[in-house]
Write a protein of this length. Structure first.
Length: 295
């Protein structure tokens, strides 16, 4: 509806976003429908990628590096808090994770769009990422995912080298509930505690709220960047008042104390809503035809 107000209509393409075929199709659609692009947000969460040049398929792994890591985690179905040990990745697994989750495909998209002449003057591209706190670093930033994040930063620099000093930015976001994040050990447990603390401090944001804050406050000129030239919208999550309280609660977390110290209900509610469930006023016991949209 908002797009229609300014004479625009959305375009949806289905296919393998890693493939050159979809990129070519997208370029032709852009020429026909929009002419040129002012902004492209690249936000991909996929476990597998086939390299268009070599035909080799890579599978990412979420593992620590160097040595096994014992870490506290959560079964979101049962509410059980328990310790788990994660074995380290080998060099091949680490390289595969970078190939899937690093910045190679992002740069490939931008290069092909630029070569096709469909990028408008002053074009910008954003790539969403997550860095997290020290509580998640053993499996996240200090693991295979962290290696992919470093590659993402290097590809952003390469894009800026071609298109200009503000053309590409990695945007570090706060922890949110996504299908991808729910599969990472420790992250769901950390999220349940974080949500409760940020709610109590009046700082909680969902996906929409933080992206709204990004576009309203972080995309102008002279925006503050970190040492890796990233835009930070995880500043509320990583503020001392939030992290001090999350860290205080962390060693106290057990299956029995979860209800007092964390907010599993909020986590489950957000997860259900990702798939269209958990909506007030909907009778999920009714047999409906998913091909029919009600008036």
């Amino acid at each position: 509806m908002e797009a229609a107000k300014i004479g625009r209509s959305p375009l949806t393409l289905e296919g393998d976003a890693f493939s050159d075929e979809l990129k070519k199709d997208f370029i032709e659609r852009v020429r026909e429908k929009f002419g040129q692009l002012d902004l492209l947000v690249y936000s991909m969460a996929a476990p597998v990628r086939t390299d268009p040049d070599t035909g080799k398929t890579y599978r990412s792994v979420i593992k620590p590096l160097g040595a096994p890591v014992e870490i506290k985690t959560l079964d979101t179905e049962t509410g059980e808090v328990f310790q788990t040990t994660l074995e380290p990745a080998n060099e091949e697994q680490t390289a595969a994770t970078v190939a899937v989750m690093g910045g190679d495909d992002w740069k490939r998209w931008i290069d092909q769009l630029a070569d096709a002449g469909v990028l408008a003057p002053g074009f910008r591209t954003l790539n969403y990422t997550y860095i997290g706190s020290e509580l998640t670093w053993p499996i996240y930033w200090n693991g295979t995912l962290g290696r992919a994040k470093v590659d993402l930063d290097s590809k952003a620099e390469a894009i800026r080298g071609r298109l200009g000093p503000d053309a590409a930015r990695v945007v570090a976001l706060k922890a949110v509930v996504t299908q991808a994040s729910s599969a990472i050990p420790v992250v769901p447990l950390y999220g349940t505690v974080l949500f409760k603390v940020m709610k109590q401090l009046g700082l909680h944001e969902g996906c929409i709220e933080q992206i709204d804050r990004l576009f309203r406050t972080r995309l102008g000129k002279d925006v503050a960047l970190d040492d890796a030239q990233r835009i930070r919208v995880d500043d509320w999550e990583l503020s001392p008042e939030v992290q001090t309280e999350v860290s205080r609660r962390w060693p106290l977390l057990t299956t029995e104390t979860l209800g007092e110290l964390a907010d599993l209900g909020e986590y489950k509610s957000q997860f259900l809503r990702l798939f269209g469930f958990g909506i007030d006023g909907v009778d999920y016991t009714q047999d409906v035809d998913p091909r029919v949209v009600p008036d």
